[in-house]
Design a protein around this ligand. Sequence first.
Ligand code: AMP
Ligand code: ZN
Length: 116
Amino acid sequence: MSEGDCLFCKIAKQEIPAQVVYEDDQLVAIKDIDPVAPVHILLIPKSHRASLNDCSEEDRKLLGDIQLAAVAVAKKLNIAEEGYRLLCNCGPAGGQAVMHVHYHLLGGRDLGWPPG
Ligand code: AMP
Ligand code: ZN
């Protein structure tokens, strides 16, 4: 799939509507359209990489900044104290459906372990 056809590139460019809860120059955080927990946020970098496997040394800062943005969103949505889960599905066995790197921020209920 080319970047022009990528759903999350379109959402990041606001060509497709989404409920944005946080945005900065590198990423956008939106409410998941099909939430699996009371809080289910997607953190989506504005630049396209299909999966974590396509990230490189140049992405080190971006990947760290996504985690810090997730903490900021967790605090904003009042789940930081009780706890939450931040995860990235990678590839078919990892459950990745949209081939544009993104992290899920889940909270608002007790999350089971192991997942899947
Ligand atoms: P993954 O399985 O890790 O690729 O997660 C993709 C996520 O994107 C799923 O949780 C979907 O519910 C979510 N999703 C798909 N389309 C949209 C959309 N248009 N707006 C918000 N979330 C979406
Ligand atoms: Zn993309």
